[in-house]
Design a protein around this ligand. Structure first.
Ligand code: SF4
Length: 678
């Protein structure tokens, strides 16, 4: 038997484990007892992360659509056709007629290479990835306030903090090892404040649980800040020495008295005061948040408020403090770091900045690079739907299930002249493609993932890919070569990382030799730099921390007589994203086999809906059938659905309205009604 140390392919916690293989087949997983995050533990997804790898549904040959059906083809045929058809689309409609969608499941090296393919070879900045759907609000909001859109502190800081404030994150289900670390800290005396209107598991252990209305985070956070300033709990020295624009913030939150905040949030004024005192009264306090904060039409404003709250109390730049956005997928941090974003190269270097363009063009051996930021993924789907974008190359994502308003997503994808999908399974999106390229999964290739605490870690090959499947790196480089570009030939993935290090300042000191055994947190600017577990210690990345005042905006869709309930969506413990891997893992599928909707007993009684009864959920965009779960997990007037399940796809219902700054969709709030099925 062989043991191969690698990184979990599911959430951004980034646990490392050994894949155990025998005779070229994976037979199990062994946790790494010395890894600083997993520490010998894994969640149920990690323990089962080997099970989908040899699933019979794996794609094993390229497929080309002929006479309406996908038929097996050779790599030569498929790659030739991809290059020829992409070129044709550009000739007919211009270079920005293409969109490249990269993947938070792929390695850093693969994200960097797809970004390079789009920009150097096809001369378009139309490259983005699913961070657009989860944490683009964080990237925008924290870049403005701190200068860096990443988790500020290490996960291990949980062990040395006094108060943990969790808002908009169901941590025990989405980031289970971080959730259990928080629970352990609470058992040891750390105080816990939870703001989430679902009674999530952490809430049961909280000193204070705030069940505020969906979309009322700004009133809650502004109310807390008003109390902190009014009661003299702000850290005046930190504000004076480390920040700017405090007066504007103070003026903006002054009207948010606890009473006004209570009226907007549905909370008691006393609870808002208690929350403010609990957070501001701690010597060290950490904030954790996730998509309950970001996935709103005012997601960037939510993030701004969180950054202001931390700066107001001096809870930044020290152990046991910080603003800690929990990144969703295994490598969504890396996808952003690698510049799989329409306006940024790797290392968050702007494409609009001539010096950055010249530097990348020189390194890549091309005369020039496009200077106009490209389309965010969500805007690209709109453009495709409107007949203004003509081809998409999608690597390892399934937007038909993960994008809001499935009808809109399907229309967009079906409108395209060319859809190429590179993936490990024939996903719902791949089934619509003209060309499908079979890819290797995480267990079948070399590379790195960057976890939510910015730790760059090695992914290692344990087994061979099935059939003719190839790594994303191989496929991208083969496309570049066929397109006539000779600047993408690499002996292995480590050479790609060496190139990344030369062009990406905060990865400047990272090389494969240095990543053993458990990675390095960036910034790591030089080969002798140990990495940086805590950001903004002496100064913020942008210099002074910037207070950004906000105005309160309601969610775009409010309940009314026709659609009287608020639907909010999320994930469950047993599944991941669109279920591509977890639904092909027997144990996980057995535990949570299908779609469901949580509704409060009061609503169930009023609507005469029984527990486990099948029902119809209807929004302005469509309807789905699902099963009722009557539970006080949710508050009256609010229903919750996970979005993993194709046969009860919550995103057929969700609203495609976007935050104007980050272009993130408002997944967390839309209006629905329920009907009993005959
Ligand atoms: Fe994998 Fe996340 Fe579970 Fe760790 S907590 S084993 S990274 S899914």
């Amino acid at each position: 038997m062989k043991r191969t140390l690698t990184v979990c392919p599911y959430c951004g916690t980034g646990c490392m484990f050994y894949l155990v293989s025998d005779n070229g087949r994976l037979i199990g997983v062994e946790a790494s007892s010395t890894h600083p995050v997993s520490r010998g533990g894994l969640c149920v997804k990690g323990w089962n992360a080997f099970a989908f790898v040899h699933h019979p549904d794996r794609l094993t040959t390229p497929l080309i659509r002929k006479n309406g059906t996908l038929q097996a083809a050779t790599w030569d045929e498929a790659l030739e056709l991809v290059v020829e058809r992409l070129a044709q689309v550009q000739q007919r409609h211009g270079r920005d007629a293409l969109m490249f969608a990269s993947s938070a499941k792929a390695t850093n090296e693969e994200n960097y290479l797809l970004m390079k393919l789009a920009r150097a070879v096809f001369q378009t900045n139309n490259i983005d990835h699913c961070a657009r759907l989860c944490h683009s609000s964080t990237v925008t909001g924290l870049a403005e306030t701190f200068g860096s859109g990443a988790m500020t502190n290490a996960i291990s800081c949980i062990d040395e903090t006094d108060v943990i404030f969790v808002i908009g994150s169901n941590t025990t289900e989405q980031h289970p090892l971080i959730g259990s670390r928080i629970m352990n800290a609470v058992r040891s005396g750390t105080r816990l404040l939870v703001a989430d209107n679902r009674r999530i598991r952490l809430a049961r252990h909280a000193d204070l649980h705030l069940r505020h209305r969906n979309g009322s985070d700004v009133p809650l956070l502004c109310g807390m800040m008003q109390v902190i300033i009014a009661e003299g709990l702000a850290d005046r020295e930190f504000i004076a020495t480390r920040t700017e624009n405090y007066e504007a913030l103070a003026e903006s939150v002054a009207p948010w008295t606890p009473e006004r905040s209570a009226a907007e949030t549905g909370l008691e004024a006393a609870d808002i005061i208690a929350a403010a005192r609990l957070y501001a009264g701690a010597k060290r306090a950490m904030i954790f948040y996730s998509m309950g904060i970001t996935q709103h039409s005012h997601g960037v404003d939510n993030v701004r408020c969180i950054a202001s709250l931390a700066m107001l109390t001096g809870n930044i730049g020290r152990p046991g403090t910080g603003v800690n956005p929990l990144r969703g997928q295994n490598n969504v941090q890396g996808g952003c770091d690698m510049g799989a974003l329409p306006d940024l190269y790797s290392g968050y270097q702007k494409v609009s900045e001539p010096l950055h363009r010249q530097r990348f063009a020189a390194a890549w051996g091309v005369p020039a690079l496009p200077d106009t930021p490209g389309l965010p993924l969500t805007r690209a789907m709109d453009a495709a739907s409107d007949g203004k974008l003509f081809a998409m190359f999608i690597m390892g994502e399934n937007p038909l299930l993960s994008d809001p308003d499935q009808h809109h997503a399907r229309k967009a994808l079906e409108n395209l002249e060319l859809l190429v999908v590179q993936d490990i399974f024939l996903t719902e999106t791949a089934a619509l493609a003209h060309i499908v390229l079979p890819a290797a999964c995480y267990a079948e290739k070399e590379g790195t993932f960057t976890n939510t605490e910015r730790r760059v870690q090695r992914v290692r090959k344990a087994v061979e890919p099935p059939g003719e499947a190839r790594s994303d790196q191989d496929i991208i480089c083969a496309i570049a070569q066929r397109a006539g570009y000779d600047g993408m030939t690499y002996a292995d993935a480590s050479e790609v990382m060496d190139e990344i290090a030369t062009l990406t300042p905060h990865y400047g000191g990272i090389s494969y030799e240095r990543l053993d055994p458990h990675g390095i947190p960036w910034p790591c600017p030089t080969p002798d730099h140990p990495g940086t577990p805590i950001l903004h210690q002496q100064r913020f990345t942008r210099g002074q921390g910037h207070f950004s005042p906000v105005s309160h905006r309601l969610p775009q869709e409010q309940p009314d007589a026709d659609y009287p309930l608020v639907l909010t969506t999320g994930r469950t413990y047993f599944h991941w994203h669109t279920g591509t891997m977890t639904r092909r893992t027997h144990l996980l599928d057995r535990e949570e086999p299908g779609s469901f909707l949580e509704l409060h007993p009061d609503d169930a009684t009023r609507l005469s809906i029984r527990h486990r009864e099948r029902l119809l959920v209807i929004s302005r965009r469509g309807s789905i059938q699902t099963e009722a779960r009557v539970t006080s997990m949710v508050i009256p007037g609010v229903v919750f659905m996970p979005f993993h399940f194709a046969e009860g796809a919550a995103n057929r219902l969700t609203n495609n309205v976007l935050d104007p700054e980050s272009s993130i969709p408002e997944f967390k709030v839309c209006a629905v009604r329920l009907e009993k099925l005959p």
